[in-house]
Design a protein around this ligand. Structure first.
Ligand code: MOS
Length: 734
């Protein structure tokens, strides 16, 4: 099915099941520990050997020699895989670094060996006996220092509209400020893990991966085998945040190891290996210049961003929102990429907007203050309903101003003092902060197969993944709505490359796109079943397990039973036409934060948070709310604590475990609320939904920073905002 005109009415709009806050259908399996994660697939590979990944001990250089003799003699060792005996490996398209390094080393903790033994402990012990000598080379590890050598990237052109330089120079009110965001780690709960097994020349990997078809394609390409010979299974995923978009060393090395030792091999990356072996969100330096007239209208917006990556890598697209968020006739935005020898930089939750909004939305706060305006009024004054860089191109929906107004009302914004450091409660200085939320809505084609059997059970199969987001549940809701059955009559099977190829989980497109694919398959199945029951498909109503038309009704189950043993099945793919070109599709919101800062110590406490989201139809308000709350929490982490500390001499992330890389815990987040505006976007898909999982983080960091400024009068432009950056500048209060 091709989606190329905005949706009108369709069975989804009944909202009998879709749009309801139903519990996760996978909840009982998760809470009883019966949902198997990749490393727990004892059932499929009972005789698995254990692989232990050895990471390179230098940031850049060559392996001069590697001595495996002692390790090979260690108890329980079956084999050791290195680049020398791994066989020919091609480079697949999606990983910047090579997943098995040697002799060239591209980054610290790049995998250089897999030790395979009878037990995990034996593999780990033997790994310590491998002797490696390196020839170190000088690497570039410091973004600030590499900034001057950063270059334009071919597919990321500058965007210039009007005369930015002239308008900025002439503006009566100006802001010119530079912000920085640090390298961050996905730090998801479940480590990267894979069990691999071969049957003849056919490979199966049980792994933890967001994008099944990408994984299948890239594994096949790397190993030089046909795509059909690779099966990827990933039904349950303990978080990804973008870190599991691509095949990592665990999957590739488990596959190579299993082939070498002729038995299944399981590999998990240990937590201390993850931060440097797998990708991270790259640090940015962002220069923002805003010019406005005295009445607060922006006349010039300039945003330049620098980030680094390994040679051949990508820039962090931190200017993405700046091209779309506010009106101004004169605009300039640029991306520059420095070549760094740190581990691979790549997508992490809301790549682009998450760090970009941390800078832009603080700049907007600073500018509002210069203009003597309320920061909400300033944002609303500069709102736009058309793409400000492509004249005449409308947003499909844009209720940013509503989000800001409703949030202000609900959060008690009028109680905020425009003067910083004006509110004190005992030892605490208290402030309120706001930021817009913005994240683009992307669409990706998605397929599914739907079956109705003789018992009236509806089974959905698609290679879509559930990374903790609620995919199982919203897909079941979609099928229940379309086929007219209660939710408990729907069985959802996900995360297997034997199933039709879905959009996968990424870029907050998964919810909208994967359910749209299920919708398409259901439309096809409805037509076939109506016809089989002797109805005109356009007239048939699917309701309460029956197909009805013209006063006659037939049970769905008996129509399916009449078709034979397998019941009736249909498969279809929802392909998107050019609606995302004709309309700018984005999601909007507003984040509100109340922060308290200890007047003596600079300790920061986030007390209250509110997110108001306008993101199309909300398919399940309960799972969507969980997404946003998780994203807000992650935004607090970005604002206050998350930072991979770079050792700029030898080139690695020093704090590579969860003791040193701090993320928020429940005690850090006392009160959070989420409001979804009641909207549906007919241009986004037949589901009329968009995404919330990344909208929820985009802007949070700035709202926290702005609240801290309002509390203390101290403006910190380098994240994370730790108390050492505040304490010397705190107002003297007696
Ligand atoms: Mo997302 S960073 O595309 O999982």
């Amino acid at each position: 099915m091709k989606f190329d005109t905005p949706a009108t009415t369709n069975p989804i709009d009944q909202l009998k099941v879709v749009g309801h806050p139903v519990d996760r259908i996978d909840g009982p399996r998760k809470t009883t520990g019966t949902a198997p994660y990749a490393y727990e697939r004892h059932d499929v590979a009972p005789k698995a050997a254990y692989g232990y990944v050895v990471g390179a001990g230098i940031g850049k250089g060559r392996i001069a020699s590697i001595n495996l003799d002692e390790a090979r003699r260690a108890p329980g060792v079956i084999d050791i895989i290195t680049a020398q005996n791994a066989g020919k490996l091609a480079k697949a398209g999606r990983n910047t670094a090579t997943l098995l390094g040697g002799p060239e080393i591209q980054h610290y903790h790049q995998a250089i060996a897999l030790v395979i033994a009878q037990t995990f402990e034996q593999a780990r012990a033997a790994a310590q006996l491998i002797r490696v000598r390196y020839d170190r080379q000088r690497g570039a590890y410091d973004l600030a220092q590499a900034r001057d050598t950063a270059a334009k990237v071919a597919n990321r052109p500058d965007s210039a509209v009007g005369d930015f330089a002239g308008a900025f120079a002439a503006a009566p009110v100006k802001l010119d400020a530079t912000y920085s965001t640090p390298d961050q780690s996905h730090a998801m709960m479940e480590p990267h893990a894979t069990v691999a097994a071969w049957q003849g020349d056919k490979l199966t990997v049980w792994t933890s991966n967001q994008m099944i078809d990408w994984a299948r394609t890239d594994l096949a390409a790397t190993l030089g085998i046909p795509r059909e010979n690779v099966r990827v299974v990933s039904p349950f995923i303990g978080g990804g945040f973008g870190g599991k978009l691509f095949v990592r060393a665990d999957a590739l090395l488990a596959a190579i190891g299993a082939r070498a030792v002729r038995r299944p091999v399981k590999v998990a990356l240990t937590r201390p290996l993850m931060m440097n072996n797998t990708p991270h969100r790259p640090a940015t330096i962002q220069h923002i210049r805003l010019g406005a007239s005295l009445d607060g209208k922006l006349t010039a917006i300039g945003h330049d961003s620098w980030s680094g990556d390994l040679p051949g890598g990508k820039p962090e697209n931190a200017i993405q929102q700046t091209r779309l968020l506010y009106a101004a006739p004169n605009r300039l935005s640029t991306l520059r990429l420095a070549s760094l020898d740190l581990p691979e930089g790549n997508a992490m939750r809301a790549p682009g907007e998450a760090p970009g909004m941390m800078a832009l939305e603080v700049a907007m706060d600073e500018m509002a203050e210069k203009l003597g305006m309320d920061p909400i009024a300033f944002r609303i004054l500069n709102d736009t309903q058309v793409d400000p860089e492509k004249p005449g191109r409308p947003f499909s929906q844009r209720r940013l101003a509503d989000c800001l107004r409703i949030g202000a009302e609900r959060f008690g914004w009028q109680a905020r003092s425009a003067r910083p450091a004006a509110r004190r409660e005992g030892q605490w200085l208290v402030g309120l902060g706001v930021a817009s939320a913005f994240r683009n809505n992307q669409v990706m084609k998605s397929a599914a197969r739907v079956r109705v059997d003789g018992n009236g059970i509806v089974t959905v199969e698609t290679d879509m993944t559930d990374i903790g987001t609620g995919s199982y549940t919203i897909i079941a809701q979609t099928a229940a709505e379309m086929m007219g059955v209660p939710l408990d009559r729907v069985l959802v099977r996900l995360g297997d490359s034997d199933f039709p190829v879905s959009a996968g989980s990424g870029g907050q497109w998964g919810g909208n796109c994967s359910t749209a694919g299920v919708y398409a398959a259901c439309v096809k199945l409805r037509d076939a079943m109506a016809q089989k029951a002797g109805f005109a498909p356009q007239e048939a109503v699917f309701d309460s397990g029956q197909i009805r038309a013209g006063g006659r009704s037939v049970p769905l189950a008996s129509v399916a039973a009449g078709a034979g043993e397998g019941g009736m099945v249909a498969e279809d793919v929802l392909e998107f036409g050019d609606l995302d070109k004709r309309f700018q599709q984005s999601t909007f919101g507003a984040h509100f934060v109340e922060a308290a800062v200890d007047a003596a110590t600079g300790e920061i406490r986030v007390r209250r948070m509110l997110a108001v989201c306008a993101a199309g139809r909300i398919l399940n308000p309960k799972s969507a709310r969980s997404q946003v709350i998780g994203a807000m929490t992650m935004g607090v982490g970005a604002a206050l604590m998350e930072e991979l500390a770079v050792d700029k001499r030898v080139g690695f992330f020093v704090n590579h475990d969860l003791a040193g890389y701090e993320v928020p815990v429940h005690g850090d987040i006392p009160h959070q609320e989420v409001i979804f505006l009641d909207e549906s976007d007919p241009a986004s898909s037949p589901m009329k939904a968009k995404g919330v999982g990344e909208l929820g983080i985009s802007g949070v960091g700035a709202a926290v920073a702005n609240a801290i400024y309002n509390a203390t009068g101290v403006r910190v432009r380098d994240y994370p905002i730790t108390l050492d950056k505040l304490i010397g500048k705190m107002p003297l209060v007696v």
